[in-house]
Design a protein around this ligand. Structure first.
Ligand code: SF4
Length: 339
């Protein structure tokens, strides 16, 4: 498939952001799909805006209405369903220590570097999150840095969002300067889906800055399907891994996307080829508007049992659920310890 950018894989990531698809009609047209059958659902983008960068759309199969990547981003009528148990803040995150800072695990804090993402995933547990109230904004992180400096039990800062890689490299480098001066910090973790949807976000400048930090850098990606890792992304990730950056992945188990053993096996294999270790497979957070993505715990466990028979232990993600107020993720596969 020839990408819309004519095969030029070096369009700057900010430009890719600016030319992302923001209406379902544009995306469906690009994929050669008739929008008419989807009409009832297209209004769901008013519940949660649609945003799909073109490099991600380029990984979708043209003419396939069931494409697993398309399903993650296309607004559907099911989002209007009110389903008991599915709420706007499933993890009870609206209470933060400071604007932009969540301190829910003893030794780790979550710093919301930037609200908003390069892509809007329809199943996102933060689709109702009030980023405007909780993002400190660029340079407005000093209270958060002071808080971290005053809590010696914190040894790891997790840059989160939205997507923290929406911040420019210079801003991340400035924050890193501040964090590196806090002696009790040992690790910097970045949770981002941006490189998956715009591989050019993996810039050499950011890689080199992270690689030379005294804080051990960890990049946790969010890939749900093997088709999300094309050769461009794989090559860039391999370079980051060779630079000494630990690469992990967390996925969400999603009905109609990756809820079969073949898809999950292919995902783990493809991740490892790209230098990334599978880390968590999350059960869906019960966020309003996403119930149609839910997979039962029974089926999730059955899938893990199938995977265990196919994959070596180090390619088995942990099946977990996040429960608001709990001090850690809750494993669902305790009886299935990998070898
Ligand atoms: S990239 Fe992550 S935070 Fe952003 S919309 Fe997708 S799931 Fe949500």
């Amino acid at each position: 498939m020839i990408p819309l950018n004519g095969g030029d894989l070096h369009i700057p990531w900010q430009k890719e952001l600016a030319r992302a698809f923001t209406t379902p009609e544009q995306l469906l047209d690009y994929l050669g799909l008739d929008a008419a059958p989807w009409q009832a659902g297209l209004a769901a983008r008013r519940l949660f805006a649609m945003r799909v960068p073109r490099p991600f759309a380029d990984k979708m199969e043209k003419g396939n209405p069931q494409d697993p990547l398309l399903r993650q981003v296309l607004p559907l009528a099911e989002e209007f369903a009110e389903v008991p148990g599915f709420v706007t803040d499933p993890l009870d995150e609206h209470d933060s220590a400071l604007p932009g800072l969540l301190h829910k695990y003893r030794s780790r804090v979550l710093l919301v570097l930037r609200g908003g993402c390069a892509i809007n995933c329809r199943y996102c547990f933060r689709r109702h999150f009030p980023y405007a109230d909780n993002s400190p904004g660029m340079g407005g992180w000093q209270p958060a840095v002071d808080y971290i400096a005053g809590h010696p039990e914190i040894n790891e800062v997790i840059l989160s969002g939205g997507d923290p890689l929406m911040a420019k490299d210079e801003h991340i480098a400035r924050l890193l300067d501040e964090l590196e001066s806090i002696p009790h910090l040992r690790r910097l973790r970045i949770h981002s889906r941006l490189p998956v949807v715009i591989p050019a976000r993996l810039t050499n400048g950011l890689r080199d800055r992270l690689a030379q930090s005294r804080l051990r850098p960890v990049l946790v990606l969010h890939v749900n399907h093997a088709n999300e890792i094309d050769d461009d992304l794989a090559t860039r990730l391999q370079r980051w891994q060779r630079a000494g950056i630990t690469l992990l992945n967390q996925s969400v188990l999603l009905a109609g996307v990756n809820d079969d053993a073949d898809a999950l096996e292919a995902l783990s294999e493809r991740l490892f080829d790209a230098g990334v270790l599978p880390y968590y497979l999350h059960q869906l957070d019960k966020v309003a508007g996403a119930a149609h993505f839910a997979v039962s715990d029974e089926r999730a466990r059955a899938l893990m049992a199938q995977l265990l028979a196919r994959l070596p232990g180090f390619l088995m993600p942990r099946l977990v659920r996040e429960i608001g107020g709990e001090v850690s993720k809750t494993p669902l596969d305790l009886s299935l310890e990998p070898s």
